[in-house]
Ligand binder design. Structure first.
Ligand SMILES: [Zn+2]
Length: 631
């Protein structure tokens, strides 16, 4: 594959401007990121999973140690953050409170109790969680895991649980109300698309290096083991709730629908330690992530942080979170939390104010700015979420993707727009000429836009692909936002070398098993090919003997509807099987013919009706094109 290009003159100049405009670094972040270090992670840390496959590696990031000065292909603020995120190992946060950082995208927190140690947020992959626990035990002795607490429903805060708890072990598992539903359901409908888009956001397929992936802003990347999930035994349901877990007193604050649908913060009054989880990190977070997700509520998010200050502000001596390093000192914590609160509120209020003046999402993105007092801080910077994308997200939450101007009511699809623009400009050659001039003049966004029209008019046009790749690359080098950088550089790479299909993450059996049957069928419904399905109506009843559930599925007019608790007497086929067999089918551990042959599935009525139903399901390709048209 073609090597990335050198930074252009425009990139070099913007790099210098960025460097001159950054806030002064008082060294506090670097000191906090290193504070309390007990055991440093090995420089060449690698964690392996199934069949010796490397699922986590810090070894590839050695280049970050070479110099504090950013190369011209990396925004200086992102370079600084990428280096701070290399502080990996076991750290003491407060008396009896430890964190393992750098063993996955998230932090694992360990709180020592009377009988053992409470594990908070066991990372994404069981192998990483086990390695983190081993690092802790090496320093603090063979304490048993006395409880697990999941702070929220994102996979980087629960997926590794099987690395710290074995099957059959009686360990209490705490989580906020709604955790399991949210953990298994949040992405079930959108999952296939999100996996593909997440590879762009996290730069999963990029080389690590000054011209490749350097960071993802809340960590180095996402480990690629197989996430797990275990049943919650104890729920936190309300703010103010207290619990003594293994002799340690916890005070909880519920913050659902902020950064995750189910989320909590907690305070350890005996240790003056506040866990703010992911509502306040050392960067601006996402109101709308670029992998695609439902837009979060910036107003409510800010209000929750305000409540955290009211509840715990007086008493907190150290603040720690699911990502990044802690903040020590009551005054420092108050300043940090107030600025984070104001950051999200400002984004929300100013987006709506500008919308009220008639600006649309793209126009607001061009205008929105932080006041100097917030812009002077490092932790409000848009390295993960960006002001611009978040503002568009807030606009979308209130007003949708349509901006009210009828010209945008029925826009041309990209290939149709592309060929018309190219014709209007006077052909592909002329369009490329203009785009090349724009790129040479440092107008990379216009160069990428114009070259993109040529690519969508004619994806075989190599010059256009090269030109757009070159524009993306400079945009990637210039941006402070780690996820934008990864997206631009991945786009460039796929324009030059095509789609890399390594981005597939295996379905996690625990998560499929935990899904309510109705949601499994709903997810299947999104794979029905309506063109084929509309030719015949189908009624298939399902009798799951292991969980005593009955379902009737109808496909009429090409659309699925389901009824729980009923085996319709007019079903063309009634399938008797177990939910476990259905799980295995979905996980592709067995195929339908095999299950039928072994008797794991039996059918009353017309077996072809079942085959017909399964035959309606299109595969969800995990490697569809993004920067070129779908053929
Ligand atoms: Zn997280």
């Amino acid at each position: 594959m073609a090597d990335p290009l050198d930074p252009s003159d425009a990139t070099v100049q913007r790099h210098a401007e960025a460097l001159a405009s950054l806030p002064a670094d008082d060294g506090a972040a670097a000191a906090n990121a290193a504070r309390g270090l007990i055991t440093a992670a090995p420089d060449d840390l690698q964690v392996t999973g199934d069949e010796g496959r490397v699922i986590w590696s810090l070894a590839d990031y050695g280049f970050l140690g070479a110099s504090a000065e950013a190369p011209e292909s990396v925004h200086p603020a992102l370079w600084r953050l990428a280096r701070l995120n290399m502080n990996a190992g076991l750290f003491e946060v407060a008396e009896g409170v430890y964190q393992v950082r750098g063993y996955d995208i998230s932090n694992m927190t360990l709180i020592e109790g009377d009988a053992g140690v409470i594990v908070v947020d066991p990372l994404v992959s069981p192998e990483c969680a086990a390695a983190a626990l081993a690092l802790y035990r090496q320093a603090r002795g063979e304490r048993k895991v006395s409880a697990v607490l999941h702070t929220h429903s994102h996979v980087d805060h629960f997926g590794g649980i099987r690395g710290v708890v074995s099957d059959g072990e009686a360990v209490p598992i705490w989580a906020p109300q709604g955790f399991t539903d949210a953990a298994v359901s949040e992405n079930v409908i959108a999952g296939a698309v999100m996996v593909r888009r997440a590879a762009y956001m996290y730069g999963s397929n990029l080389e690590r290096g000054p011209r490749g992936q350097v960071d993802v802003a809340i960590g180095k990347g996402v480990s690629t083991g197989r996430p797990s999930l275990m049943a919650v035994t104890d729920e936190v349901t309300e703010t103010g709730q207290q619990a003594t877990i293994d002799g340690v007193l916890f005070e909880f604050q519920m913050v659902p629908e902020t950064e995750a649908p189910a989320e909590l913060n907690f305070f350890l009054p005996e240790r003056g330690a506040l866990c703010i989880v992911e509502t306040a990190t050392q960067v601006l977070h996402n109101i709308l992530t670029i992998r695609g997700a439902q837009v979060r509520d910036a107003l409510w998010w800010s209000q929750c942080l305000n409540e955290s200050i009211e509840l715990f502000g007086d008493r907190a001596e150290v603040l720690f979170a699911g990502h990044h390093w802690p903040t020590w000192g009551n005054e420092e914590i108050a300043e940090f939390l107030s600025a984070q609160r104001d950051l999200y509120r400002l984004l929300h209020d100013q987006t709506i104010r500008l919308a009220s003046e008639g600006f649309n999402g793209e126009e607001i993105a061009e205008r929105i700015e932080l006041p100097e007092s917030l812009a002077a801080l490092w932790h409000t910077r848009g390295a993960y979420g960006s002001l611009r994308h978040n503002a568009r997200g807030i606009y979308q939450r209130y007003f949708g993707v349509y901006d009210g101007n009828p010209v945008n009511l029925d826009p041309l699809a990209p290939t149709d727009a592309g060929s018309r623009y190219v014709d209007a400009i006077g052909g592909a050659g002329r369009a490329i000429e203009i785009a090349a001039q724009a790129l040479a003049g440092g107008d990379e966004r216009w160069a990428a836009t114009l070259a993109g029209h040529v690519v969508f008019a004619d994806p075989e046009n190599v010059a256009a692909r090269e030109l757009q790749a070159a524009a993306f690359e400079q945009l990637g080098y210039q941006t402070e936002n780690a996820t934008w950088r990864n997206a631009y550089l991945t786009g460039a790479s796929e324009l030059r070398g095509g789609v890399s299909s390594d981005s597939l993450r295996a379905q996690a059996p625990d998560i499929v098993r935990a899904l309510p049957t109705g949601q499994l069928f709903d997810a299947m419904g999104t794979r029905i090919n309506a063109e084929r399905a509309a030719q015949n109506d189908l009624i298939v009843a399902w009798n799951f003997t292991d969980i005593d559930e009955q379902w009737t599925l109808r496909v009429t007019n090409g659309a699925l509807s389901t009824v729980a608790g009923k085996l319709a007497p007019d079903a063309q086929a009634t399938v008797t099987t177990t939910r476990e067999t259905l799980n295995s089918l979905i996980l592709q551990e067995i195929d339908a013919m095999e299950a039928f042959g072994s008797g794991a599935i039996s059918v009353d009525g017309d077996p072809m009706a079942l085959a017909g139903f399964l035959g309606l399901l299109d595969d969800a390709p995990h490697d569809f094109p993004i920067v070129t048209p779908r053929g």
